[in-house]
Design a protein around this ligand. Structure first.
Ligand SMILES: NC(=O)c1ccc[n+]([C@@H]2O[C@H](COP(=O)([O-])OP(=O)(O)OC[C@H]3O[C@@H](n4cnc5c(N)ncnc54)[C@H](OP(=O)(O)O)[C@@H]3O)[C@@H](O)[C@H]2O)c1
Length: 341
């Protein structure tokens, strides 16, 4: 009988996750029940959100249960369907798990993927998937940058940040990125077209930001929180907007530190700080994907995807989110789609 290899949450992390927080297991391929579909996962999306779900804390989704497969965004092929709206053989984006097969409710299927000429399959999980959609809606709907404005982006060489900066350039903004290390800073300026980069691991961020954005910042796209957010708030221009996308610098903390201490700058600058969850824009995903795909085809938007091959590499690839060793989007490839389906 065919088996289903899995990576389980063995225990809740204490600080930065380690390999011992995961366990490998093999079980039977699940049978979909009424209203469910059986997915064979092709690609796993490696996201900081998974770290949030590993903790026993309330969020927009419940925590992953101990002993359950690690929840994950996936690109998957439907191998059996007990829902009339989901077709066997179709390739879909879904909320699945770190396993070869998942039986999920049809609502966990977040859209069928129509293959586009010249665009690789993995792009549907990165720049045309949750990562690109987060950049698109967070920047354009929450940040609302106008031509000529200055946009500051943190985690700028990561999956979301690398796309945010390029969209801001497409919209005619001056773009400053913050990233860890010389290689990342060079990459975002030389290859992605950012106007300036700040290496937060080596430079005095406050001084470097004053030099890179002497008139201040109109939109700060924040993926890290903490000290960088505090500095960005002090550089906000009148009517500045702070997009709260993530707070990876605090993601391992059980107790949140007080702050941001500099929030009062929002008052003087008549500024706004607003969080968002990409899932809320699901009704508009197709529209965003069409625009992102057009930018890719026109050579205006480049994306970098770092793939590991094989389920057994999922935990170690996930840990790379926190050690600064990747650029662009992290994914794990499990299988190729079956053409005959
Ligand atoms: N709101 C939403 O709906 C939504 C959806 C998806 C993602 N997000 C958020 O978007 C952000 C980026 O996600 P992603 O998937 O694209 O990940 P990513 O940026 O590819 O990877 C995370 C990056 O964070 C940086 N980082 C790690 N620890 C840090 C620290 N202590 N201080 C400063 N930077 C640190 C690292 O870059 P350096 O090497 O440069 O430090 C790392 O490359 C995350 O905060 C995530 O939670 C939000």
């Amino acid at each position: 009988m065919a088996e289903n290899r899995q990576v389980l949450l063995a225990r809740r992390p204490n600080g930065v996750p380690v390999m011992e927080d995961f366990a490998f297991a093999t079980g039977p391929i699940p049978e979909p029940r009424e209203g469910e579909v059986l997915l064979r996962h092709l690609l796993l999306s490696i996201d900081p959100a998974i770290r949030g779900w590993m903790a026993d804390k309330p969020s927009y989704l419940p925590p992953i249960a101990l002993g359950a497969p690690v929840r994950s965004g996936t690109l998957s092929q439907v191998v059996a369907s007990r829902d009339p709206h989901v077709e066997v053989g179709s390739i879909v984006q879904a909320l699945g798990a770190w396993e070869e097969y998942s039986a999920v409710p049809a609502q966990a299927v977040m859209g069928r993927v129509e293959r586009l000429d010249g665009i690789p399959l993995e792009a549907h999980l990165s720049v045309l998937g949750g990562t690109g959609l987060t950049a698109y809606f967070g920047l354009l709907e929450v940040g609302r940058p106008r031509e000529g404005e200055t946009v500051l982006v943190s985690a700028a060489a990561g999956g979301v940040g690398s796309i945010v900066g390029q969209i801001a350039k497409i919209r005619g903004c001056r773009v400053v990125g913050i990233a860890g290390g010389e290689e990342k800073c060079r990459w975002i300026v030389d290859e992605l077209g950012f106007d300036a980069a700040i290496d937060y691991k080596r430079e005095d961020v406050k001084a470097a930001l004053s030099a890179a954005a002497p008139k201040g910042v109109d939109v700060y796209f924040d993926s890290v929180g903490g000290e960088i957010l505090e500095i960005a708030l002090t550089r906000l221009r009148n009517r500045g907007r702070v997009v709260l996308c993530g707070a990876i610098s605090q993601i391992h903390d059980d107790e949140l530190p007080p702050g941001p201490r500099s929030y009062v700058h929002l008052l003087a600058k008549r500024g706004r700080m607003e969080g968002f969850v990409t899932l809320d824009y699901a009704a508009r995903y197709d529209e965003a994907r069409a625009e992102l795909a057009a930018w890719i085809r026109a050579g205006k938007l480049v994306h970098r995807d770092e793939l590991a091959h094989g389920l057994e590499h999922a935990p170690r690839h996930f840990l790379r989110l926190f050690d600064g060793s990747h650029r662009g989007k992290l994914m794990v490839k499990l299988a190729e789609p079956e053409e005959s389906r």
